[in-house]
Write a protein that binds this ligand. Structure first.
Ligand SMILES: NC(=O)c1ccc[n+]([C@@H]2O[C@H](COP(=O)([O-])OP(=O)(O)OC[C@H]3O[C@@H](n4cnc5c(N)ncnc54)[C@H](OP(=O)(O)O)[C@@H]3O)[C@@H](O)[C@H]2O)c1
Length: 323
């Protein structure tokens, strides 16, 4: 089969190659998926570069990547299942989180897949798994967003943020999205009630919010707290600093500690990849409340170009690879 692979850590154009490789072998609890489309998300960049360094000791390979294949968000059709798998069944259309999705076939744990939303194409479905699950968990579990609450979403134009805006609206919140000038129209089109262009105005310019989801920009906790209501909740999802040791992770370590001493709740999110939340997401998608915002699709051979486009901060919402 054709697959995008790498043998050393580095940037997309330097290390990714399209090769003919053997189909992946599946374990007893795994599924072989014939991939139709695969989403590009920030996690791909982290695993591809081995940065920040702590991820190398988390099982991805110390000096070189342990697994040659990249791509985790997938949509496709089940080709075969391991002997312990009762669902999904061969022939079923699925979406979810796999290993090595930038390929004609990938393997996935059965408990990280769900039936593909019936109203989405494979390309649209592939945009959702990691980004939309993260957004759902940030809104529902981290922020515990309720109807009529005011919610500030920093990074509203990105992969996670474009879903978070729509999900917070679906939960009945009044949503303010923060993004750069060129993406104001995108964030407004997602249903945000207000948009702050961070190149012109500060995040505090709209008052104080019940919930802040911080998905980009790496503002200090002090800065973020100034935009948060006295009993408000901050959820740090992530940000990119380029730092080789902590990346944007330093605030995620400090926020819960500071939270012990202040009236505001300061939290950091670690997403959970599970089929139950994919099904919850499907309900939001099939009811028409959430639709993936995809800038464009790329053929498999152009995967490095797609990743570079995201890394340079130019993507509007999600990018998808078609196979
Ligand atoms: N905690 C978790 O479990 C988890 C899960 C998934 C992702 N993440 C992390 O979440 C972060 C976002 O992921 P993503 O896939 O959404 O990335 P993305 O698609 O690249 O989006 C990045 C977002 O950050 C915004 N941004 C950049 N600089 C900014 C600034 N100075 N002020 C405000 N916003 C700024 C961008 O807005 P403009 O393009 O308009 O500038 C864009 O909306 C990444 O760090 C990722 O690693 C964490």
């Amino acid at each position: 089969m054709r697959a995008i692979v790498q043998d050393e850590y580095g940037e997309a154009q330097d290390v990714l190659r399209l090769e003919q490789v053997a189909r992946p072998q599946i374990a007893d609890d795994e599924v072989l998926v014939r991939v139709h489309a695969a989403g590009v998300d920030r996690g791909v960049w982290h695993i591809m570069t081995g940065l920040p360094y702590p991820i190398r000791v988390m099982g991805y390979g110390f000096r070189v990547p342990k697994d040659r294949a990249r791509g985790r968000e997938v949509a496709g059709v089940v080709e075969a299942v391991g002997k312990d798998v009762t669902t999904p069944a061969p022939g079923e259309e699925v979406y979810g989180i796999g290993e090595g999705g930038f390929a004609e076939f990938c393997r996935a744990r059965a408990d990280k897949l769900a039936p593909k939303p019936t109203n989405l194409t494979f390309e649209q479905a592939a945009a959702a798994p990691v980004s939309a699950l993260t957004a759902l968990q940030a809104v529902r579990d981290g922020g515990r967003v309720r109807s009529r609450q005011s919610v500030l979403i920093i990074g509203a134009s990105g992969g996670v943020g474009t879903f978070a805006v729509q999900i917070a609206k679906a939960f009945g919140a009044e949503v303010t999205g923060v993004c750069s000038t060129a993406k104001v129209d995108l964030v407004r089109s997602l249903g945000a009630d207000h948009v702050i262009d961070y190149t012109r105005d500060d995040i505090t310019s709209g008052g104080r919010y019940d919930v802040i989801l911080d998905i980009g920009g790496h503002r200090s906790l002090t800065h973020l707290r100034r935009a948060l209501a006295p009993a408000g909740t901050l959820v740090i999802v992530g940000s990119e600093t380029g730092g080789r040791w902590l990346g944007g992770f330093d605030r995620s370590l400090r926020a819960p500690l500071l939270s012990l001493f202040v009236g505001q709740k300061l939290t950091a999110l670690t997403n959970s990849e599970n089929a139950k939340d994919l099904v919850a997401l499907t309900e939001l998608i099939e009811s028409g409340k959430v639709t993936p915002a995809i800038e464009r699709t790329y053929p498999l051979a152009e995967t490095p170009t797609a990743i570079q486009h995201m890394v340079e901060g130019n993507a509007r919402g999600k990018l998808v690879i078609t196979i």
